[in-house]
Design a protein. Sequence first.
Length: 275
Amino acid sequence: MCKISNQQLYVQLFFIFMRILVVESLQLFIDTNIKLIQILFIKLQIAGQSPLLSARFDLSVLYQEYAVDDQVYQDKIKDLNKRYTHIRRTRPDGNCFYRAFGFSYLESLLEGGPELERFKEVSLHSKEDLIKQGFTEFTIEDFHNTFMDLITLVDKRPPVTELLSAFNEQTVSDYVVVYLRLLTSGHLQRDSLFYQHFIEGGRSVKEFCQQEVEPMCKESDHIHIIALSQALNVSIQVEYMDRGEGDSTVTHVFPEGSSPQVFLLYRPGHYDILY
């Protein structure tokens, strides 16, 4: 029988102890982060199943998403079909509002004209405006450059498929989302005295922006839409479709009374593009 020295025994016991420690630490990590792990798993599944932006579909495809006897949604979809013809889906990743807005607005500028020239000027100078507010140039420069590259692409009047392809490149698309989030944050903080009244939980506007606007995958609400619309002077119309009373969607235009340039469909937690 082979004899084991005390030193060898101590080494074996050490490795056994380390294995137990690692396993228990891993289990503790899983136990304390189970919700985060589940969310990440769901996001990976979503990413594998849907593009960042889809092709255009006939709006009637919405009927298939709800049971035939779900009268609330069936009636509201019927109402939508009276005013719109097509839908373009966005990936439900928490960035859908910004991605939908960015693509829809740039798509509307593919014909060129004064609005494109105005937007080029606003976008070009927007980086300096953010820097004056305290955002560091090093932090925002790459995002701004990508944003301007897309505007340059639109200025060349490419087919819409080329713009769609650019928006489906993860890095490009996410950089655009980040920059739109920064513009939203910048506007909220510039007009903080006004927006402070709409922020709950005793947070300052800056804290709200750091927690609910600037981070990726944070969903957007009225306050985000209002701020981005005013920051870029672009009118947005949103059709709200939920289980609320009535047989039609609730329409909101931001800012109120303006002529919409971007049309979005909102269902709880998600935005798609309407045509």
